[in-house]
Design a binder for this molecule. Structure first.
Ligand code: TMP
Length: 241
């Protein structure tokens, strides 16, 4: 499958059309941004890791019964995916307090929740991705009631799948962001990516941050952290084939 015209360039990925109208090619870049594009940088090799990690995780998620956009990995940085219309909701699942949750509610990071939380934000850079609830999403016609129910159900199921995988890797899944899309036939599938850009991953023993917070907070060692989680996942996959 060949790349044709560039359809869209985002902060971390480019999306190309292909000769098949229902399939797109995603190309992962090393560019990193934070705080709605205010902070810019590059993380060498990030595009390769995010492409490969996202694909491996989506394959495992698909195997567990949640549909995804993944079709085929084409190269180190490129993947063939189903063309979807992205539902303009960012879905955030949290198992442990951190980031904007800690800031908003004035609690320290690292508090384990009895059960996971879900929140939505309106995917809109101009507005700074404002937080909203499912009633707001319905009012704004961002998705139907059924679609929101499906998205919630899939998101909690994905959390259980990912928590288990990362636990086996000696990593705590603190929180993560998902995006869903609708295919031509109207079905909801997991889209975008699952990577250290979109998840908080802490070493289970030391609680060391192994994700994009190293870049966001200028902690250093971002490249090494990404490589570390990828190598642990690769180890897990080779033992669980
Ligand atoms: P938050 O604590 O800043 O709200 O982030 C929650 C999770 O969502 C965290 O794992 C990082 C991820 N995330 C994104 O993937 N994209 C974003 O633009 C933001 C703000 C967070």
């Amino acid at each position: 499958m060949e790349k044709k015209s560039l359809l869209y360039e985002g902060k971390a990925k480019k999306v190309y059309e292909t000769e098949n109208e229902q399939q797109l090619i995603v190309e992962y870049k090393d560019d990193a941004t934070a705080f709605n594009g205010l902070k810019k940088g590059t993380v060498a090799g990030k595009g390769i890791i995010n492409n490969q990690m996202s694909n491996r995780l989506m394959q495992l998620i698909e195997k567990s019964g949640v549909p995804t956009h993944f079709i085929q990995e084409l190269s180190k940085r490129e993947t063939l995916v189903k063309r979807v219309r992205i539902v303009p909701l960012e879905v955030i699942i949290r198992n442990i307090s951190a980031g904007s949750f800690s800031k908003r509610y004035g609690v320290e990071e690292g508090i384990e929740f009895d059960s996971p939380t879900i929140e939505f934000s309106y995917k809109n850079d101009e507005l700074g991705d404002p937080l909203l609830n499912s009633y707001h999403a319905l009012a704004l016609k961002l998705a139907t009631k059924d679609e929101i129910e499906t998205i919630k159900d899939y998101s909690f199921r994905i959390n259980e799948i990912l928590k288990k995988i990362w636990k086996e890797c000696g990593v705590i899944l603190v929180d993560f962001k998902l995006e869903f899309g609708k295919t031509a036939d109207g079905s909801v599938v997991l889209a975008d990516e699952i990577s250290p850009d979109t998840c908080r991953l802490w070493d289970a023993e030391t609680k060391k941050k192994l994700d994009k917070d190293r870049f966001r907070r200028d902690l250093g060692g971002t490249e090494d952290a990404y490589a570390e989680v990828m190598s642990r996942l690769t180890g897990y996959l080779s033992e669980n084939r």
